[in-house]
Every structure is written in C-alpha cells, then in structure tokens.
Design a binder for this molecule. Structure first.
Ligand code: ACM
Ligand code: ZN
Length: 507
C-alpha cells in the first residue's frame, strides 16, 4: 500500500517532517523532482535487495541507475563525523539529494524524511538535515485479543509507524478475549479460544463470555497462521520495524483455561483468568508456546505479560501452596515471580530476553528482565534504579484507548481517561528523579492501544491519529528540539497526509 504524495501545495517554510529532525536548515528555494527519480547506492547486496523489495510501496517511485542519479544513498563509516546507528544526513541541493547513513535503517529513515519533504509531489525545499533518534526503543502496542485485526490491517499499521520512524510493534497476541496465534499441538487455542458469538465485548456478556467453536454459525474472531505471521514479519523487517510478540501469563489467560481447563487451579474453565503455578503442565504449555514463538519471531525480546494477575485462586489451591512451600516463597506475589523467573531462564537459555508489565517487580524482579512501566512511571524508575532496562508506557498520557477530548458525549465510547494530543506531546520518558547513569536504563517509550471498545480499523485509526504523530516526537526528538507550537503549525500537513493515505483521524 503506497503512501501517496500530497497534492496540496504548501509553502516550504515549515519543514513538514514528523518527527522533526534534530537539526534542519531549510530555505525558500526549491528543487524540482525529475519525472523519473533515479537513485544509486552503495548499500550491501542484501540491504539493497531489501530496499528494492520495499520501494514499490514508497511514496516516490524510484529507479536504480548506475550513472547520474538524482538521489544518492551512501552508507559511510566516516570516523571524523560519525552517523548514529539509526541516524542519517540528508541534503537537497540543485545537484539532487544526498542521503548518508551508517546503516540500512538510517538510510530508510532518510528516505522517510525525503517523502515528507516532497510535499506536493513535484518539488523539494533546498535543505540540510542531520538527524538521529533520542531513544533506541520507539514503540506502538496493538491489542488483537479483544478484537482481531487481520494481517492486511496489521501491515497498514506497520506502514504508518514506519512513516514516523517508530521501530517496535508490540503485538498483544493473547488475552482473555481470544488467543490469536496458531500453536502446533494445541489446536483448541485456535479452533475454540479464538472465537466468540459477539463482536462487541458488552454483547459477549450475553454469552457469559464463553467461547464457541470456529465453525459455529456467527462465530466472530480469528487467529494468525504461521504463514500470516511470516508475512507480517517480512513486511515489518523491510520497514525496519521489530515485532515483539506478547504471550500473557500468569493472568489474562482465561482463554487458555477455556481451551485447556486442566491448567487452572480449579481444573474447570471460566473460573479464573490465572493459570495454576503449582502445576508442571502449566510450564510445559508455556514452554511449548514459547518454542513456537522463538521459531517464528526473530525479536530478541519476548513480552511475557505479568500484569493484573489475581492471587485469589493461588491462595486456596493445594498445588500452588505446595509449590510455595517447596520453593520457600513467602506470598503469592513471590509465586508469580517464581513463574516469571523460571520462564525468563527458559528464554535466556535460548538467547532471548523478557519484557514484562511492571507488576513483575512486585514479588522480586527476574534477574535480566526489562520492565514495561504502565501504572505510571514508578515501575520504570524502580527498574532503572536497580540497573534494569525499562520502557515507559504510562496510562497517562500514553494509553491511546483513552479519550482525547473532554467532550466525551461526541466521542466514540472509550474506556475512560483523558489523554489529549498535547499531553502526549509533552510527555518526557526520563523522569527528573533519575540520575544521568540511571536514565541510561530507560530504553524508550511506547503508546498502548487496547481494543475492548475498538472493533474497526477506522475506529482504531481515530484513536491513534494524530496522537501517534505527537508520540513520535517524544520518541525521536531531544527535549530541547521539541516544540508543540511547531507541531500545531504543521498539523494541517500531518492531517493532509492521512487524507491521502485514506486514514481516519480525530479532528
Ligand atoms: C495493562 O494495561 N494491563 C498493561
Ligand atoms: Zn494452583
């Protein structure tokens, strides 16, 4: 799906690039785009093949040539003036466009900037840009459990995030409202626990939140096959987006227990959302699932959830209590930490690392875990002080399923909250209470979107746009290079791009 060029003509005095480059000098002079935009590059062969595979979807049709290119894409390891891993230098002059980078990702980001500079599809402002990101982890989360979004739509999301130089898609694949990943040997996850007879979660209440068989009349839901996942991952790879899969445990697992009730403390389905940690079969299940996740996903990070698990059933379950006694665990929080640490070791032994929601701090943090701080920034601060990496995703202001206007009467039904675009823009992921050394453990930041109330792509787009554009400057720009006034001056341009891309957005 090509990101089309803008046809509206605007004065080039505003650069119109989001996230705004760290350094940009622009002029009112312009250079015409040739009717055929030619390019040459010294990218290594495999990177070149990746670029050629991506270019048909790029906003500017480009043709590879040997001589006299209009665009030069140059990979350089210049030591006198080094370019950061994802950074790039871009100049537009009468001679054409020069993009320098030290990696294929940097070159890709130079091209994204070029596409945004070519605002009327005919000309470019004469410009010099030097750019690099503030944070290495720049994410967007997508919940496909509460509502399933198909691969075409996930790919559209990847296109969108790549436009904003966002490099992580956190794919929330499992939760109590539906399991979304096909797992060999566990057919009930996707023949049963991926389907319900109501699209809407409120309506699902009429069915007591029970799942149904895939082939039942009126079954609503879906899941990704191996081929689906591979297609999404390749699409993301070409756009320098790492997809981080999330497999929830030990809570938010009601769908697992609907399919395999023997993994619950009661042995019965629909009695809790938490798996039984006293049962060895629970570990066998998650290890088998994670083996498949490792086989499919190249991401070094695997998200293991860890949020909002009730301790209720563990307190009265003989198996859980026996486990606590044997392992010397003083309470049920430590029981949860026992499970997370054991799963971490399993993944570490296979060369992977875990991210967990900040509740993984509660009963003692697993030795190598990265914390995703969502109940505010405190969890991230605590992790950083302990020398653990953290990613800041506080509900306020980074939950994009929250309202963005006070006029909730005229907004689509949302889960609550109030996170308007200026609050998103003004968020600083590095709290003042951290020392410079501790701050290095804040890998970056991410916005989360949960889909309890979001059933359609149009609604999802409405919730994330234009807040995603604001987020991208939080992730990319140094504090001193942020300007909400500049962002607002540019908003017409940002929205016009959505119009051209056929994206819905909040006005
Ligand atoms: C969460 O919002 N429960 C991570
Ligand atoms: Zn139990």
């Amino acid at each position: 799906m090509a990101v089309l060029l803008l046809t509206a003509c605007e004065s080039p005095k505003e650069l119109g690039v989001v996230p705004y480059p760290q350094y940009a000098q622009t002029t009112s002079k312009t250079v015409e785009l040739p009717s055929t935009v030619t390019f040459s590059t010294n990218l290594a062969k495999s990177d070149m093949n990746d670029l050629l595979a991506y270019l048909p979807d790029f906003a500017i049709p480009m043709k590879l040539v040997n001589k006299n290119p209009f665009v030069t894409i140059e990979i350089t390891d210049a030591t006198d003036n080094p370019i950061a891993a994802e950074g790039y230098n871009l100049t537009v002059s009468k001679q054409g466009v020069n993009i320098q980078a030290s990696s294929a990702a940097g070159a890709f980001y130079g091209l994204q900037t070029l596409a945004q500079l070519a605002r009327n599809g005919k000309e470019l402002p004469v410009t010099t840009i030097k750019d690099e990101p503030r944070f290495p982890y720049r994410g967007l989360h997508l919940d496909v459990s509460r509502h399933f979004f198909n691969t075409d739509y996930v790919k559209k999301q990847i296109d969108l995030v790549a436009t904003y130089k966002i490099n992580r898609l956190h794919w929330h694949l499992t939760d109590g409202a539906g399991w979304r990943l096909e797992i060999p040997g566990y057919p009930r996850l996707t023949e049963f626990a991926a389907w319900r007879k109501a699209a809407n979660l409120q309506d699902w209440g009429k069915y007591d939140h029970r799942f149904c068989e895939k082939n039942e009349e009126g079954a609503y839901g879906g899941y990704y096959t191996e081929a689906d996942v591979r297609e999404v991952l390749e699409y993301a790879r070409l756009r320098h987006v790492t997809v981080i899969p999330e497999i929830e445990m030990p809570g938010h697992s009601g769908e697992v227990l609907a399919a395999y009730p023997q993994l619950s403390c009661t042995g019965k389905p629909y009695t809790s959302g938490e798996v039984c940690i006293g049962n060895e079969e629970t570990f066998k299940f998650f290890e088998d699932v994670l083996d498949e996740v490792i086989r499919l996903f190249p991401s070094r990070y695997i998200h293991i959830g860890g949020d909002e698990a009730s301790r209720r059933h563990w307190k009265t379950c003989p198996k859980c209590q026996k486990r606590m006694k044997e392992e010397g665990l003083k309470d049920e929080s430590e029981l949860q930490s026992y499970m997370i640490a054991r799963i971490e070791k399993y993944l570490n032994d296979k060369g992977r690392e875990i991210i967990g929601w900040d509740e993984i701090l509660d009963g003692g943090l697993a030795p190598n875990a990265t914390v995703m701080s969502w109940r505010g920034t405190e969890g991230g601060i605590a992790a950083a002080r302990m020398g653990h990496y953290a990613i800041m995703t506080p509900t306020a202001p980074l939950y994009l399923d929250y309202y963005q206007s006070r006029d909730t009467q005229n907004e689509p039904l949302a889960i609550g909250g109030y996170n308007p675009v200026d609050m998103v823009y003004n968020f600083n992921p590095i709290p003042e209470s951290l020392t410079e050394e501790q701050a290095k453990f804040i890998l970056g930041t991410q916005a989360n979107i949960w889909t309890e109330y979001i059933t359609t792509p149009e609604h999802l787009e409405y919730m994330i746009l234009p807040r995603l554009a604001a987020l991208s400057e939080v992730q990319w720009d140094q504090v001193e290079n942020k300007s909400y006034d500049r962002f607002l001056d540019n908003i017409g341009h940002i929205l016009a791009i959505y119009d051209v891309m056929g994206l819905n957005y909040a006005k």
